[in-house]
Design a protein around this ligand. Sequence first.
Ligand SMILES: [Zn+2]
Length: 326
Amino acid sequence: MIFPVGDSSPVQTLHHITHSRFLRHDTGSGEHPETPARLEVINLALGGCLDRLHLETIAPKSAPRTSLLRIHSENYLLRFEETALAGHSYLSHPDNQLCYETYEIALLSAGAGLAGITLAEETTGPIFCSVRPPGHHAEVSLALGFCFINNVAVAARYWQEHYNRRRIAIIDFDAHHGNGIQTAFEEDPEVFYISIHEHPTFSFPGTGFAEEFGTGPGWGATLNIPLLPGKGDNEVKEAFLRQITPALDRFQPEALLVAAGFDGHRLDDMSGLAYTTELFGWLGSTIAELAHRHCQGRLVSILEGGYHLETLGASVLQYCQGLTKK
Ligand SMILES: [Zn+2]
């Protein structure tokens, strides 16, 4: 084990799951916020911090169709593939820009989470998936909010079915509510979806009110924590202390997935939230601690939003460094 001079903390390996093809999902004119440059700044930030983190980059394989079909309808997958191959510029709404390669790249994006799960079962150390397109707004048969395949939802089912981890918790700290994840599991008592986001009255997609707890047998396995515009680090920390940690203590997850969105940053104009860069470090260490307490550290984080290119790299780096401090 290597110890840096003047610091007692050991160097840890960060398993960074990403692929150069993610840069080829072309969202058009340069006006679209979900741009390849997002991954470029993340790669630069993670690659530039080798004193505390040894970066091991792993290329994923495409998610198999059987895994996609656990969340999405066959008709939708066909429509998505045909729309991309036909050369159309968007699917369902101009927000969801695509290019000829987008379908294949989206399958690779979903595959990153599955590669992360295999690693989480076989090794120790933090795992971060830098992917695009993102996923948490994608519904069973609908592309929404830059999302086509619901990467985190596909991963949750994969974890259950391939490793028999029945009780999966998902923490979504993207500034927007992950409507697609909530819909996928709202009747399922074994997948606990927790989202902290800007209040739906003020924010896309307009779901995620505190009164949404899940339905039928899944009632109580959804926890929404909406924050008013302008709220920041203190409210997030308070929510973890008073709501999220006790809820996870009751649920006792066997594995933990994170929908890691960085658009709550105070400089990111995709939300009115006011998170600092440092908050993401705190989130990383707090979530890693929860994963060690409940599920022997089985934790996979998958990128969602984050559009302010000057702070995104530093925010992801802080989060990944936080993951190493349990
Ligand atoms: Zn977002």
